[in-house]
Design a protein around this ligand. Sequence first.
Ligand code: C2E
Ligand code: CA
Ligand code: CA
Length: 453
Amino acid sequence: MLRSTARRQSDSARRYLDFSSLTPALDAAAQLTAVALGFPISMINIADSDSQYTLAQHGFPSSAGSVIPRAHTICAHTVDAGRIVAVEDAGTPGSSALPDDTVRAMIMDAGLVAYLGIPIVGREGMVIGTLCVFDTEPHPVTEAHEHLLTLLAGSVQEQLSAHRDRSYSPLDSASAAEFDAAISDGDIRPWYQPIVDLDSGRVVAVEALVRWNHPTRGLLTPDKFLDRIEASELIIDLDLAVLTQGLHDLLTWLPSESSLRLHVNLSGVHFAHHDCVDRLITTVHDAGCDPKSVVLEITESVSFAANPSNIRFVAELRDAGFGIVLDDLGAGWSGLERLLEFRLSGFKVDRAVTGRLGTRAGDAIIRSLHLLATDLKLDFTVEGVETAEQARAVAALSSARGQGYWWSRPVAAVDIPNLLSIDVSPAVAQSTEHDAIGASANLSIRNAAASPP
Ligand code: C2E
Ligand code: CA
Ligand code: CA
């Protein structure tokens, strides 16, 4: 919600970039476009905020697989315009809908004269690139050309969507086996980040965040491997391994009964399985714990749509005692409607919103979300708190919880006991110094060195 349109466009476009699995079908679509429109050259390009990537081409072999700065491309204008752009004769000023001389000069510099391009729209509804044709001679553009190009762009969009599914889908068997072994060998482990109750100043929960202690690549954060795992059923094993280890650590920190809760992230893939609720309950019982100690964090994803079956699963998990929070509210498409459809126990405000605290819009959004949480009696946690100002702004809201680098980066299990006895609230109230909390509480864990690469 809060990413700018350009950023969302760029993020969406990047999901279509996988040069390793380009399909001949996409080249055929480019060729078909050129032939059908009677232009000698065609291209399928993806444009993110910095670059243009040519996924497929016909008649211009030097462009195949090329990556050029976005600023040097004619197609960036088509992406920005969000509609068909035609330049019939770049050699003649005024011959195109784009009077900008730099655009005409760009076409001429590439040894081309005519251009016709249409935006391609991705699954997130953003323009992600173009389907375009070029000629080395002036080329009149008719309505029939535009109509045909529109039809062909629709088919290219479908192909790209299928291509994206394939490029994110199953791990090859060697990677799957390596990952499987990593789980069995205990190389997949959670690190933990505290969640602080800002009324009491106590750490009331920790979020388990997966790390892969890779034999050759070192300690890997989720951005290095999670996407590929998440496209396969192995994500279920990963989540259960993190839950099991998390509960084991919880009991080590606090052998006696305690109100400290363990948050774990739950992929939407679980909900595709009818036995997902039983499996989670069994995992918790086998670890000698109660589901009341566990909060499952669920994020926006296609597989977590508010359909009757998912709504039932969440209700069953709540009945079993689990807390359920909606993660990343305010980012991507973690929608407000899910707050109403699911029987949640709380939600977490994404750090994109936190980063805007101190601006009128950011403060207003936090206030409204806090009001919503209060009215709906939901736990309210603000993530990504990095500064004293942000910590104070969150602490000013009643019953709010905070999580972020300001208090602690994710740390290994062994560092958690240090945190549990610390009261952070006075420092939040009084400090103007960035380091006040760390200094008063002597939290060596706030040191960046505690964080994995
Ligand atoms: P998330 O659930 O939103 O977790 C918060 C992420 O933000 C973590 O990144 C954390 O290290 C980072 N973070 C925390 N405080 C701050 C801050 O103040 N500033 C900034 N810039 N970042 C902060 P991490 O550990 O890399 O995890 C990334 C994502 O991977 C998680 O986002 C979650 O969606 C996913 N993930 C992590 N562990 C698991 C898991 O066990 N299972 C599943 N299914 N997903 C997981
Ligand atoms: Ca989370
Ligand atoms: Ca989050």
